[in-house]
Design a protein around this ligand. Structure first.
Ligand code: ATP
Length: 239
């Protein structure tokens, strides 16, 4: 059901120690939807993603997954429910091989057969990773490491993939490749919530976007109308 709301944040407050980074964030992601989170540095985009995936516990508000409250659940439980977080700056293990990194994404699986099946799907989708399966992840290019991080995040076969700055530090060509991969993953029915500093690329892949400023949602618009709102883009996103 395309209109089914998968994820819903309702007035979520969260932060780090005494610092409140999110002052009541409300947003939703529907089945098969691509949603972008935009905003200047420090607006709270990464904190929002970390709160969804259980790395930060909200101090107030609700997070619902298919209507069920998940705020405060540990990251592993949230991963099991079908939410996979691909963190900022890739975080692949440079001293481990590409294949070992991919396998880590399937750490919740008990079945070796299933692990092999999913690895095969990953290498089928990312042939360059298959070619480099035995190579240390640290020897990959930036773009390849990003692909590896995405491949690893897909090993749990999530219904919602959360991506933090997937094009960070990549050449324009590599960034385009990453966005092609994001489109393809979505075409397979996976919902996507993406934080992206490249507003243009984000709005080309997302159908809707939220604009964050200092821990608050200041706008929610479909991508087409946001593209035609230079005032908003200039004011909050630096053009
Ligand atoms: P950026 O693109 O710079 O990562 P962002 O929109 O993702 O920006 P966050 O990283 O969520 O913003 O930061 C929101 C606020 O929380 C900022 O004031 C930031 O300084 C603070 N913050 C982020 N991470 C931590 C942390 N680990 N410890 C303490 N404060 C943090």
């Amino acid at each position: 059901n395309e209109s089914e709301v998968l994820l819903e944040l309702d007035n979520v407050v969260a932060g780090y120690g005494n610092l409140v980074a999110l002052h009541g964030i409300s947003l939703s992601v529907r089945h098969k939807e691509v949603v972008a989170l935009l905003g200047a540095n420090g607006a709270g985009k990464s904190t929002t993603l970390r709160t969804i995936s259980g790395l930060i516990k909200p101090s107030a508000g609700a997070i619902r997954w298919k209507g069920q409250g998940i705020a405060g659940s540990p990251p592993e439980a949230i991963l099991r429910l079908g939410i996979s977080h691909c963190p900022e700056e890739r975080h692949v293990w440079p001293e481990m091989t590409v294949e070992e990194n991919v396998e880590l994404g399937g750490y919740l699986l008990n079945s070796k057969v299933e692990l092999r099946r999913r690895k095969e799907i990953a290498f089928h989708r990312f042939p360059r990773l298959r070619e480099r399966a035995r190579q240390l992840a640290g020897t990959l290019s930036g773009g390849e490491q990003q692909m590896l991080a995405i491949a690893r995040a897909l090993m749990s076969e999530p219904q919602l993939l959360i991506l933090d700055e997937p094009s960070l530090g990549l050449s324009p060509r590599m960034a385009d490749e990453v966005f092609d991969v994001i489109r393809e993953i979505n075409a397979h029915g996976v919902s996507i919530l993406v934080v992206e500093q490249n507003v243009h690329k984000a709005l080309n892949v997302a159908s809707r976007a939220y604009v964050l400023e200092t821990g608050e949602v200041i706008a929610e618009k479909d991508s087409a109308s946001l593209k035609n709102d230079p005032e908003l883009l200039n004011a909050y996103l630096g053009g």
